[in-house]
Ligand binder design. Structure first.
Ligand SMILES: CCCCCCCC/C=C\C/C=C/C(=O)SCCNC(=O)CCNC(=O)[C@H](O)C(C)(C)COP(=O)(O)OP(=O)(O)OC[C@H]1O[C@@H](n2cnc3c(N)ncnc32)[C@H](O)[C@@H]1OP(=O)(O)O
Length: 277
């Protein structure tokens, strides 16, 4: 049984709900019996990842870790979209300070999500391009509803998926498939994503999606947690260390590229195209 309570301060595990009380961008629900957390992204219409949403996610992840969360499901409150990826408006004509702050928060959030000691599962209930795909790939297991799209489509936008986005994909689908997908900026249907291993399971609908996510966590939570987490972090440490030891260089790469006139032009055209749809 889910017990939901309003939380205005950083309280105890049983008092968490709408943990991001000031913004409400992340709905957090904790099952009082099992401790399983459902982190639902709630930035309509498409959960584009701006600074505020990333910061709310980061705070939630810190809290879950501090409270020894046994398992977490990442999903979305949108009916069409898991996450539309990075908020294009954060990258279009920003100030240097704003761009730096944004990228640094993206790094913080990814490092936390990718390295959780507890099991994580992405319940992908909608489209998941670019940064949305990164979030899904950062969980340990991915389950997706049919007839949606997922992938790192950056190339098609005239931008480049950063190295750690690329590494995440390579770690899941292997060198050859990742190279092909990244060069083309390919978006996969749910069914294609299952075929190449980008997602692990398909679900028939939202109810089935959540059931399958809970089944995955039940299985994982039956394993000795310390041994489980040591193996997980062992597998992920090279990818993590590359970014952790190169954070400043990665920010510099972002700043150097995002202000390029060609990149700004691509972003402008893409934003216009989305608005006209
Ligand atoms: C070594 C060189 C390295 C170079 C590095 C350079 C920098 C690279 C940096 C970062 C990598 C980038 C990562 C990203 O994540 S970029 C974002 C990519 N995202 C997308 O391509 C998705 C775009 N959106 C869509 O395709 C669709 O919106 C959808 C499929 C997700 C949902 O479709 P639908 O339900 O039909 O919704 P709408 O299209 O109608 O959109 C609603 C509304 O939302 C706005 N919107 C959509 N996506 C975004 C977004 N990512 N950011 C901001 N706003 C978004 C859309 O414009 C609509 O707005 P409205 O008209 O005002 O309502």
């Amino acid at each position: 049984m889910f017990v939901l309570r309003q939380c205005l301060t950083l309280g105890t595990k049983s008092s968490i709900r709408n943990f991001s009380a000031t913004t409400n961008l992340v709905n957090l629900t904790i099952n009082e019996d099992t401790g399983v957390a459902i982190m639902e992204l709630n930035k309509p219409p498409v959960n584009s990842l701006n600074y505020e949403l990333l910061e709310a996610m980061h705070r939630t992840l810190v809290k879950l870790e501090n409270e020894k969360c046994p398992g977490m499901i990442l999903t979305s409150s949108s009916r069409s979209t898991f996450s539309a990826g990075l908020d294009l408006l954060e990258m279009y004509k920003p100030t240097v300070d704003k761009a730096r702050r944004f990228w640094s928060m993206l790094q913080n959030t990814w490092i936390k999500l990718y390295s959780t000691p507890y099991p994580t599962v992405a319940a992908i209930n909608g489209h998941s391009p670019a940064g949305g795909c990164l979030l899904a790939m950062s969980c340990e297991h991915r389950i997706m509803v049919p007839d949606k799209m997922i992938g790192l489509n950056e190339t098609q936008l005239g931008i480049v998926a950063p190295q750690w986005f690329q590494d995440c994909m390579r770690n899941i689908i292997g060198e050859r498939q990742a190279e092909k997908a990244l060069i083309a900026g390919r978006m996969f249907t749910s069914e294609e994503a299952l075929k190449i291993g980008l997602v692990d399971e398909l679900a028939t609908d939202k109810e089935d999606l959540m059931q399958k996510a809970h089944d995955f966590l039940d299985e994982q939570m039956g394993l000795p947690p310390l041994a489980r987490s040591v193996v997980k972090v062992g597998f992920r440490k090279d990818t993590l260390s590359k970014l952790i030891n190169g954070r400043e260089a990665d920010i510099k790469m972002f700043l150097d590229n995002v202000f390029q006139p060609k990149v700004q032009e691509s972003l402008e055209n893409y934003i216009q195209m989305l608005k006209k749809k």
